[in-house]
Design a protein around this ligand. Structure first.
Ligand code: AMP
Length: 550
């Protein structure tokens, strides 16, 4: 199938802001695509050629992409840079430059979807000697056969930013519409496999029955079940009747997958972090039986055996070099709290059973591998839960989790099955969409950050400007990131791609017509950069509304 067809679909989707229309356009297209191409088209409609948990990425710097564009249209790189500033993104710039170019006809065949997909995938596989020039050669081959609009979307797929307002939710709904399968069934299949390409293909070939057979399998991460806020220890336990209360550790949620001999660790964003913390793999190997399994826990950084700031954990995960030294400097501990697969999928079992099975199989004799501290609480012994909370805080942890022991594990859901109760007032996770350079001493730093939440349609809505809470080092780091993701600048203001997630605290939620969310925050303060979270983890306007006290 011709790439131009897909590009026409992108354009039609980009032309409407209505979620239902976007879904319908995509659904019609999915129906037309054959089985082999469908998984490719599904990934490409999300602006990528890899499933979210894949370790592979295209790894082509923006500069190189601009160089390739310059080369194909016969202008200088600085010309391309100017266009990027004007258009707001590399894809838009490419299209503009192509259209300006004298009508040259290349004697090339029109691009096929599969050809574009396969070549973009190749980019990730290239490493070592002359990798840059080999990558450029691939991009040049694609771009020189492309029309202006095709070039726009090839560039955007390379930087994984399609800008057509389509997220996983719309793609999933389009699959269910195209192949007439129940949304909830498509959703569950997606949560369990995290592979919308596969979900689409099975939906097309085998319908609902096929989708129901998809299950989680070691090696492929599932979206973690998320926690809601508890209104208080007592009310939450009373509501549940009986609860499992556990220390809430402040580290990185980790899903551990063992398949055959291989152990992999994934974050809540399904990033594979195994290489950065190899010692953990060894500890885990020694503590579990030699069976396939999926378990979950929180990995924290420690010093003298005590928990230390979550930022150290992030540093460990980010680290690419000198890992040996980091292992020595920042020792890690794992606190296990769930078992999703052991010889067979276990997510439909109640939590109490999963926990029991976990306790039976894990050897916790080493210092590094632990089970989360837990107790069973009922309305009669609330005091025990409160004591656990106080002890957890005294030991330097965040608070407690209050979980319903009767509930199954539902991937990707933020429900009442698992609650969190923290010592600190609640914070919001927001994404940075713009910023303003400071004045005087801080003229080189972006001092104020425009941040946004997401609405039901996965559209971003601005909610505040946050300017406090950052030390100089973090300001410098953030400024660098902002420049990397810059789309346009005007005077001291810049706009950026929505990539940087901040956790912010505030004193109060107020109504505000100035921001797209319709609400804003008083005295917002940055608590930290949340590199472990992605765009889809940010908080929603709905949550903000529900927290508004009026
Ligand atoms: P939050 O990140 O504030 O939404 O809080 C929920 C997170 O707490 C989970 O995603 C885990 O990363 C973390 N966590 C820490 N300790 C536990 C525990 N014992 N059980 C479940 N989650 C925990």
């Amino acid at each position: 199938m011709k790439y131009q067809k897909l590009v026409d679909v992108y354009e039609a989707i980009a032309a409407t802001t209505k979620r239902l229309e976007k879904t319908a356009i995509l659904a019609e297209f999915f129906k037309e695509v054959d089985e082999e191409t469908l998984p490719e088209v599904v990934l490409m409609s999300l602006g990528t050629v890899f499933p979210p948990w894949s370790e592979e990425e295209q790894g082509l710097a923006d500069k190189l992409l601009m160089k390739a564009i310059a080369n194909v249209v016969g202008v200088s790189v600085s010309n391309v840079e100017d266009q990027v500033r004007e258009q707001g993104d590399i894809g838009g710039a490419a299209e503009k430059l192509y259209n300006k170019k004298a009508q040259t006809t290349f004697f090339s065949k029109p691009l096929e979807i599969d050809f574009v997909f396969t070549n973009l995938r190749k980019l990730a596989k290239i490493s070592g000697d002359r990798s840059t020039s080999r990558k450029i050669a691939i991009v040049l081959e694609l771009l020189s056969s492309a029309t202006g609009t095709e070039a726009k979307y090839i560039a955007r797929t390379i930087i994984e930013e399609l800008r057509i307002g389509v997220g996983e939710g719309i793609v999933r709904d389009a699959i269910s519409q195209a192949f007439d399968v129940e949304k909830s069934i498509a959703d569950r299949a997606h949560m369990l496999t995290n592979d919308l390409g596969l979900v689409a293909r099975v939906a097309k070939e085998e319908g609902e029955e096929g989708l129901k057979k998809l299950n989680l399998s070691p090696g492929k991460p599932v979206k973690p079940m998320l926690a809601q806020l508890s209104d208080g220890i007592e009310v939450s336990i009373e509501e549940m009747g009986e609860a499992i209360c556990e220390t809430k550790y402040d580290g990185i949620r980790t899903q551990i997958h063992k398949k055959g001999d291989e152990i992999n660790l994934f974050t809540r964003r399904l990033e594979n972090i195994s290489k950065a913390i190899p010692e953990m793999i060894n500890y885990i190997r020694n503590a579990f039986p030699d069976e396939d399994f999926i378990a979950e826990g929180e990995i924290i950084a420690t010093k003298d055996n005590k928990p230390i700031s979550f930022q150290y954990m992030l540093q460990r995960v980010r680290r690419k070099y000198n890992i040996e030294k980091a292992i020595e400097d920042v020792p890690l501990k794992l606190y296990l709290f769930d078992l999703l697969y052991f010889k067979k999928p276990m997510i439909d079992e109640p939590l109490a059973m999963r926990r029991k099975a976990l306790e039976e199989i894990v050897d916790t004799s080493s210092e590094q591998i632990n089970l989360s501290t837990m107790l069973k609480a009922r309305p009669e012994n609330i005091q025990d839960a409160e004591d656990l909370f106080n002890e957890s805080i005294a030991e330097g942890h965040e608070g407690i989790m209050i979980k319903n022991p009767k509930e199954p594990y539902i991937p990707g859901i933020r429900g009442k099955k698992m609650l969190k109760f923290k010592a600190e007032p609640e914070t919001l996770d927001v994404v940075v969409v713009g910023g303003t350079y400071g004045v005087g001493k801080r003229a080189n730093f972006i001092g104020s950050y425009k941040v946004a939440l997401q609405d039901d349609n996965e559209q971003l809505k601005t909610v505040a400007h946050v300017a406090t809470g950052l030390d100089d080092e973090t300001l410098a780091e953030l400024t660098e990131l902002m420049n990397k993701y810059k789309i346009v600048s005007k005077g001291t203001k810049i706009e950026v791609e929505p990539r940087i997630i901040l956790e912010i605290a505030y004193s109060e939620i107020v109504k505000s017509p100035e921001y797209e969310a319709g609400y804003s925050l008083r005295f917002p303060v940055v608590k930290r950069i949340r590199e472990d979270k992605g765009l889809r983890d940010i908080d929603t306007v709905d949550r903000l509304k529900s927290m508004f006290k009026g």
